[in-house]
Design a protein around this ligand. Structure first.
Ligand SMILES: [Ca+2]
Ligand SMILES: [Ca+2]
Length: 159
């Protein structure tokens, strides 16, 4: 694998592993910063029940793989599932249907980015300033570190 090629691995306990190509192999000492989550519809190491499946979600920042995303950018990608049930028999699948090692990027599927980068949301509007007529005559005074005290300029009412 080349240095622009990566492998990201997640098991059903959401334990991550990652590797980066070295030009002649791959380096597990490379550690990216990315997130993953696992949702299991079943149990692990319990073959007395019926497992439905699992969902694994992964989010990898573009910067972690040295990509500045733009419409039209093409990337190689492969999705692999290695599932070992009772007896240690692996049921494996992979998107590109590669025979042998999955670390053959020349055999990975091609994906193409489309669309525009999302526009950052506008800043929130400034909060309106509203002053109550009664509050206009009440304020707090005090120096930093001092206890604030309330003062009032409200005139007394005489009858
Ligand atoms: Ca690693
Ligand atoms: Ca189970």
């Amino acid at each position: 694998m080349q240095t622009s090629e990566y492998q990201f691995l997640v098991n059903l306990n959401n334990t991550q592993g990652d590797l980066r190509g070295t030009g002649s192999g791959k380096d597990p000492a490379w550690n990216g910063v990315w997130v993953s989550s696992v949702s299991r519809q079943g149990t692990l190491t319990n073959n007395t029940d019926t497992d439905i499946g699992y969902i694994i979600e992964v989010a990898i920042p573009w910067a972690q793989i040295g990509v500045t995303p733009s419409s039209g950018t093409r990337l190689g990608a492969e999705l692999v599932g290695d599932d070992s049930d009772a007896g240690g028999v692996y049921n494996s699948f992979d998107w590109a249907k590669i025979t042998g090692s999955y670390a053959q990027p020349n055999l990975w599927k091609q994906i193409q980015l489309v669309g525009n980068s999302p526009t950052p949301p506008p800043p929130p509007p400034a909060l309106p300033v509203w002053v109550s007529p009664s509050m206009s005559r009440v304020g707090l005074t005090g120096a930093p570190g001092a206890t604030a005290s309330r003062t009032s300029t409200t005139a007394g009412v005489s009858s």
